[in-house]
Write a protein that binds this ligand. Sequence first.
Ligand code: ADE
Length: 240
Amino acid sequence: MKIDVVSLFPSYLNPLNLSLLGKAQEQGIVQIAIHDLRDWATDPHRNVDDTPYGGGPGMVMSPVVWGEALDSIREQAVVDPVLIIPTPSGQPFDQLLAATLAREEHLVFACGRYEGIDSRVGVHYSRDERWDSVKEVSIGDYVLAGGEVAALVMIEAITRLIPGILGNPESVIDDSFSRLDCLVEGPVFTKPPIWRELEVPQVLRSGNHGLVNQWRKDQAQARTESFRPDLLSDRAEDPL
Ligand code: ADE
């Protein structure tokens, strides 16, 4: 998979070179390129933003500069890329969207700052047939200072689903939200069996896989009821 990230603060994306993703890049499973948006600014001050039409606080990022950046990335591409614009007003990012995007060959993340990117950018590229699709995506109901951290979150969730990236591919199967029953994962433990008077549940040390599986299911159900009842009611409303 090829991933391009365009940002005014390229160093924000440095963590992409660490850990699993760093290794996946060395192995050639993923190629990540980080671009500085200001490289496409043409005016003498290399401005990338301007005041909003209609008034209001803050600045809006220029469609002219973003257009230059995205056209130039598209020119280098060998397949039609998916353009992802992180924004708190976008569709919610979830495990299903992560799994869908993990099957794509080329993702481009356009990280906005300030009051966001001029809305015509998303409209324009969704009409441009040389792009696979445009997705405006939110990672949660809160406002970050820019799209960079949201891009990091999405890239980590997406790439760990690509075959060959995780050491143990089975670990994605039990992840919260991944299973067909869509529950969050229950508690996990390792040695020692007693730590500060807290004991690992006996059943997990019993060696009885049937009992262990049942216990895990019950715990996942209980934790979902307690912290994420919305997941259970969503399921009840789902006609499928
Ligand atoms: N940019 C600012 N806040 C964001 C959010 N919650 N999700 C995605 N991008 C954002």
